[in-house]
Structures are given as C-alpha cells and as structure tokens.
Design a protein around this ligand. Structure first.
Ligand code: ZN
Length: 378
C-alpha cells in the first residue's frame, strides 16, 4: 500500500448554490474524498455567482453544513466589484477572473475591467485567470506590469505552455495548472465550430491508452466532449507532457453536468474529474510518463505554496498502486452520472483517506459526516 499526502484540487465546481441537480457540497466533496482529494478550492460561477459578502456567505454556509473534505471558496471578479472584494480576500481561496467565455455569467470582456482587480486585490492572495491563448498572453502581461503572482487555470495548448515557460524564464510570477482531460484526451471530430476551434482531424492515440484514448467522447458525439478549454490536438497534448516541469499543479476542473444535459441539443461545457484524477495519474506513473514525486509536487506542495494553504495535520491517503480497475460512472459519488473516461482500464486505486486524524473514506465508503470539512480560510 502506497501512502501519499492528501491531494489538493485548486479548481472544482460544486454547483451550489443554484444547480444542485448537477452536484452540491455534499456529493462533490464525497467525490473528492473517493479520489484521494482532501482539500478543494471551489469556483465562483454558481447561481448566483459568488462576488460579494452576501453571496460568499451563501456558499460558505452551504459548505459549512455539507462539506466532507476541507475547502475554500473563490470570489469572482465582476465589472463592478473591484472595490469590495479586497476586504473579503482573507475569507476566500482567491480571486477568479474569467477573461474568456465559459459556463456561467462571470466574464470580463474588456481589459479596462481587469486593471482595478490587479491593482486592488491584496498581493498575498492569489489571482486565478481563465485565459486561453492570446488572452493568456495578456494576463501574463498584467502579471508583469503589476509584478504580482497570477495563476493560469487549465492550460491546454502547446503555445500556452511554451509562453509560460518563457515568462517564467524571465522572472514573471506566473504559475499554471493542467487538467487530466487535457493530458489524456484529444479533440474528437469537430466540424463547423466558431472561433477557438482547435482540431479538425481525429488524433492519433498515445501508447498508454491506445484502445481507449478519446474513443468514448468521440463515439458519444458532440455534447459529452464539450469542455472549456476545448480538448486539443495530439501535438498540444504531447507538448504538455514534454513540458511537465513548467506546469505547477494538477487540477481537475471538476465541472459536472448531468448526462441528460450533456446529451441535449445545447450541451454545457465541463467534465467531472475528482474521482478519476489520481487513478489516471497513477496509471501514467505505471507507464513511466510521470513519477510519484510529480504527483506530490503538483497536487500537494505547489498548490499549498501558490494558494498559501496550511498543511492538513494527520492527513494522508493509502493507495493500492497495483490494483487494476475499470472506470465506471455508476461507481462514482458525483451526482452527474457520467465520466468521459467510462470504460478506461486504470491501475491505482484509493483504498483509504485519513483527514485530520479521522478515516474519511475506506474501501468505497464515505465515513465522515456532512459538515466534517473545514473552511481552510476561516
Ligand atoms: Zn473551471
């Protein structure tokens, strides 16, 4: 049995308040524990979005009642809340700025709206940006201009990882994360999409998952492959693997939508990911594409440093690194009822999770009550 520290996921969407038919603080944190994740940082694009004291208290109230693992809640940057969020910074995971289009209402289209947030949000708390491609380059420029740390969420493209590499070499305080789906899935056939379309051809499959790579999303059609940033090409996936040393964190961007929504005419973007993160990474370790130290660095040590999180005492996970199993949505705790990795054969199973001295998960069962999770910013 392999013993690892509890993982930190700096990017999850738990859908509460507002869309608890997809997920809530209870089911989402059960999924976290089952995946070996003992701390989650929750994104603010809920309904209502979390952008002031009142909405922050709504989210934290729900979390306080329901969360089973530790957590913090992000604030969202809006066009007119730059003056009020700094006073809330100590209660929040960080400030999330949506600089590109994604799911939800929070979005800052105009760079003049970015400026007051960069000027006013306290330096010691992180700013996280959803910024793809050239928007990402603009966010890095802001990091340089204001000489402050900026964390880039879910990078997916070769041009992105290479630009971050160059920015880091020049001393710019930029960090970044990558999601498993951008490391293990390539774009399915996408035809006739608008701006931002990434790949027009089916991609060859990397050796580790040769039979399964991407086939499920491809077979099930458009809706289930919708995610932002979109799945990219093999060239992009290869560049992420080749430049793993540039990438600071693994993050799931756990973004559950129900299977009915994903298969509808208007599928919302997003994948669940909390329960597949570690098995996928451990399978990559078995395939020698990664080592255990990479997992500890990118899922524990670096997120702790970047997001200024304190250590969780008496917290660890036990993993059977030789256990092989097939990923099945029906075995998951997430409410959404599907996974883009359905049917994948992986190696490495979470057996036990101990959180602050208490066994929180063991052999498929959640053993802590709702409300056991603590707000790490309280
Ligand atoms: Zn997200």
């Amino acid at each position: 049995m392999l013993k690892l520290p509890g993982l930190i996921d700096p990017h999850v969407h738990l859908r509460e308040p507002g869309a608890i038919h997809k997920e809530d603080w209870d089911t989402g944190t059960c999924a976290a524990l089952a995946g070996g994740v003992t701390m989650v940082l929750a994104m603010p694009n809920t309904q209502p979005p979390i952008f002031d004291e009142e909405t922050l208290d709504i989210a934290l109230g729900a979390a306080h009642q329901q969360a089973r693992c530790d957590y913090a809640q992000y604030l969202g940057a809006g066009p007119d809340n730059a003056d009020i969020v700094p006073a809330l910074a100590h209660k929040a995971a960080g400030l999330k700025m949506y600089l590109d289009s994604t799911f939800g209402e929070l979005r800052l289209d105009d760079m003049t709206l970015w400026k007051p947030h960069f000027e006013k949000y306290p330096m010691e708390y992180p700013i996280v940006v959803h910024a793809e491609s050239r928007s990402m380059a603009a966010a890095i420029l802001f990091s340089a201009m204001y000489d402050r740390p900026v964390h880039i969420a879910h990078i997916s493209l070769k041009e992105e990882v290479l630009l971050i590499k160059a920015a880091k070499e020049r001393g710019i305080k930029v960090t970044c994360e990558v999601c498993p789906h951008h490391l293990f899935l390539t774009s399915p056939l996408h035809k006739g999409e608008g701006p931002g379309v990434r790949a027009e051809s089916p991609s060859p499959t990397p050796p580790l998952f040769s039979e399964k790579m991407g086939e499920d999303v491809r077979r099930t059609g458009g809706g289930r492959s919708e995610v932002r940033p979109r799945l990219a090409t093999q060239k992009d996936v290869d560049a992420l693997w080749e430049n793993l040393n540039v990438i600071d964190c693994f993050a799931t961007d756990h973004a559950p939508h129900t299977i009915e929504e994903k298969d509808s005419a208007n599928p919302p973007p997003g994948f669940p990911g909390l329960e597949t993160l570690l098995p996928l990474l451990l399978t990559a370790v078995a395939g020698r594409r990664l080592n255990l130290d990479d997992i500890i660095q990118k899922s524990v040590i670096n997120p702790r440093r970047i997001f200024n999180l304190s250590e969780q005492p008496e917290t660890w996970i036990e993993v059977d690194e030789n256990a092989k199993f097939e990923i099945k949505a029906q075995n998951q705790f997430t409410r959404c009822g599907w996974t883009p990795f359905e049917g994948w054969k992986v190696k490495g199973k979470v057996r036990k999770v101990v959180l602050r001295g208490k066994t929180a998960f063991e052999d498929g069962k959640i053993l802590v009550e709702k409300g056991y999770g603590q707000n790490v910013r309280a």
